[in-house]
Design a protein around this ligand. Structure first.
Ligand code: ZN
Length: 649
């Protein structure tokens, strides 16, 4: 619509300009203007629409089936495409045993191609989604035959198709129990699904269509993949590409309880697993109790530099926006402006209609596309997750929520001054040796209390004699340095860690009554330090750590970077390698934080408003402490559920 208005204004402007010049006959002028108008019209309506990413819509088999009705197809497409510019569409051939017939599929493909869209296929391998996402059984010969036929059928119609979330198995039928034998479900299913990928999907599909590219889309629950047969070690090698599920929905009200930061971090993690072959991120409208949540997932995916974003799905995009989805913080020009988005949509034939969810996606893409190209490559504190590992589930995302820029790597990081290891790193049998090597190379390591527990008796005591005891403490008081005493807003249950006096030191302590325990602990070994970060029994209590505690943790853990955050939790920092960065708040009220930089950075520019902020030199502490760096600080206020984009000078 904006482009249409722009084109019209362009037309009127040119018309008056030509009239003024009076050098051309009106007939020639009209001919030129008609050309300009038609040409702009073509430019306006054909992809690519965005400078920095591709936008796709996924269509379930149910809606593709309904595309047999051409009139309805035209109407629904008109509704969506008036509100969000779409470059590509995925048309699903199968879901819940529904296979879209050939005639309907081909006419839908023709329809979208005629609109200039790239068209790809999709498959959801579910028997019945409504029955706990019932998957196929890959031990059952009849199911295997069906899976194979669906792949072949899809390859006949498309040169590219994607497998939605469900190419795993949860089947525990008697056939599977027998096949599994003495193996764990994880070992059995990892092998079963790797073989199924080769034998039932890739080889048969490529035999039918040698050109076909097959993409596996992984869902958001990476920590648990191995148990259901998603194999991050073999899958990215055998498929032509991978795709990231960045739908985090609502952390409290959805069973998965995924933190918002995952929408960003999973893209980074999958990029590290398959560099250059992670095709994009994927968001649905689930859990969008306030509509900012829907937009937030899109922009977090794009902050991670996903090359494509998929909107799930064709049906959801047509859903009305409910007035109840207007967040209580709206009306303040937040990053997602509900009232602006709700302005009625006026179509080419002057029909006026209220916006649907498609418009919420549309305004988000338009906003992010305006600055995304200015950002460099994302960087963060490296955390190591060996393949098929689990432990302190999804903890890196909670750490992202407390203002530590995170990155996850499938290999042990040997570079950088600091890495952060959570319990899942214990799956590497050589882990203690690798930690020792880093320390001897003069590079620090931070481990969580959960990893300390897992490594007890497995060699960690060779670095420092620390013990993760069975005792807990319920704390509200903290000491985050010399005379830095602070309180949390609520009680936090922490594990008690013991250490030997003068063998290692408390950097941050929790206090209760007349005693205390480490929150951040340091043990020197060879040329570097091993730090232990105490993780509360409830991970989300990390958000209750007072700002002073969080500041100290951030200073130690982000020592590879010259930009850090100071302030409360639930404000995230996204760093890029060209001096740009984003500060985003997930809080429902405005928040003021400090951005702390090294001395070389004197000013930061807000790339969205053009405002320039001058730095204040950091105060000299009352006592000369070790590791106090000189630098500048910048006070930054962030609106609720909003982000600001900066560049250092
Ligand atoms: Zn089975």
């Amino acid at each position: 619509m904006a482009i249409l208005i722009f084109t019209l204004m362009h037309f009127l402007y040119l018309y008056s300009f030509v009239k003024k010049l009076n050098t051309l006959t009106m007939k020639n002028a009209s001919a030129i203007l008609l050309f300009v108008f038609v040409f702009s019209g073509i430019l306006a309506q054909k992809p690519p629409f965005y400078k920095n990413f591709t936008v796709s819509v996924y269509t379930r088999a149910y809606e593709v089936r309904d595309m047999a009705d051409q009139k309805k197809l035209s109407e629904t497409w008109e509704l969506i495409s008036q509100q969000v510019k779409v470059d590509k569409i995925y048309l699903e051939t199968h879901r819940d045993q529904l296979i879209v017939d050939e005639k309907t599929l081909e006419s839908a493909i023709r329809f979208f191609r005629s609109k200039g869209l790239k068209v790809a296929g999709g498959i959801t391998y579910t028997i019945d989604e409504s029955n706990n996402f019932e998957t196929y059984c890959y031990s059952n010969p009849e199911h295997r035959k069906k899976v194979r036929e669906i792949a072949e059928y899809t390859a006949r119609h498309f040169d590219e198709f994607i497998l939605d979330d469900f190419f795993f198995t949860s089947c525990k039928c008697d056939l599977c129990i027998k096949e599994k034998g003495d193996r764990s479900w994880t070992d059995f299913r990892l092998q079963l699904m790797t073989d199924a990928a080769h034998d039932l999907i890739i080889n048969p599909a490529k035999a039918v269509n040698p050109k076909v590219k097959i993409i596996i889309k992984y869902p958001n629950w990476y920590e648990h993949f191995q148990g259901l047969g998603f194999n991050l070690e073999t899958g990215p090698q055998i498929f032509d590409g991978i795709y990231s599920g960045t739908e985090t929905r609502d952390a409290v009200n959805s069973d998965q309880h995924l933190q918002q930061y995952l929408s960003y971090l999973i893209v980074r993690y999958f990029n590290n697993i398959a560099p250059g072959r992670n095709g994009g991120g994927w968001v649905d409208s689930g859990g969008a109790y306030y509509l900012d949540r829907y937009a937030e997932q899109f922009w977090l995916t794009l902050f991670a530099k996903a090359p494509e974003i998929t909107m799930f799905d064709y049906r959801q995009l047509q859903m009305s926006v409910r007035p109840g989805q207007r967040g209580q913080w709206q009306g303040n020009k937040t990053s997602f402006d509900f009232d602006e988005m709700m302005k009625p949509v006026i179509t080419k034939d002057n029909t006026i209609f209220p916006p649907t969810l498609a418009r919420a996606a549309g305004v988000t893409f338009e906003a992010v596309d305006s600055f995304l190209g200015l950002l460099g490559n994302p960087v963060g504190v490296k955390s190591y997750r060996p393949f098929h590992a689990t432990g302190e589930d999804f903890l890196q995302n909670y750490l992202g929520m407390i203002g530590i820029p995170m990155d996850i790597s499938p290999v042990f990081p040997t570079d950088g001054k600091m890495i952060l290891l959570t319990e899942s790193a214990k799956f590497d049998k050589e882990l203690v040796q690798k930690i020792k090597q880093r320390l001897q190379d003069g590079k620090n390591v931070m481990i969580t209390s959960g990893l300390l527990r897992a490594l007890q008796g497995k060699g960690i005591e060779d670095i420092a004699e620390l013990s993760y005891t069975d005792r807990k403490a319920l704390v509200t008081d903290f000491k985050a340095g010399w005379f830095v005493n602070c309180k949390s807003s609520d009680e936090i249950l922490i594990p008690q860690i013991n250490y030997l006096t003068n063998d290692s030191w408390e950097e941050v302590s929790a206090i209760k009554g007349a005693t205390g325990w480490p929150i951040l602990h340091r043990a020197q070994y060879s040329k570097a330090n091993l730090y232990v970060l105490t993780i509360p029994e409830n991970f989300s209590d990390l958000y209750l750590y007072p700002a002073e505690v969080l500041n100290r943790i951030r200073t130690v853990v982000t020592q590879d970077f010259n930009i850090k955050l100071e302030g409360p939790s639930r404000v995230s920092l996204f760093l890029y390698d060209n001096g740009t960065f984003i500060v985003e708040s997930f809080l429902p009220e405005p928040v003021t934080v400090r951005v702390v930089t090294d001395q070389k950075i004197n000013a930061i520019d807000d790339l969205l408003t053009g405002e320039s902020l001058k730095g204040t030199p950091l105060p000299v502490p009352p006592f000369r402490m070790r590791q106090v760096a000189q630098g500048n600080s910048f006070e930054v206020t962030i609106k609720p559920h909003s982000y600001r984009v900066f560049k250092t000078r």
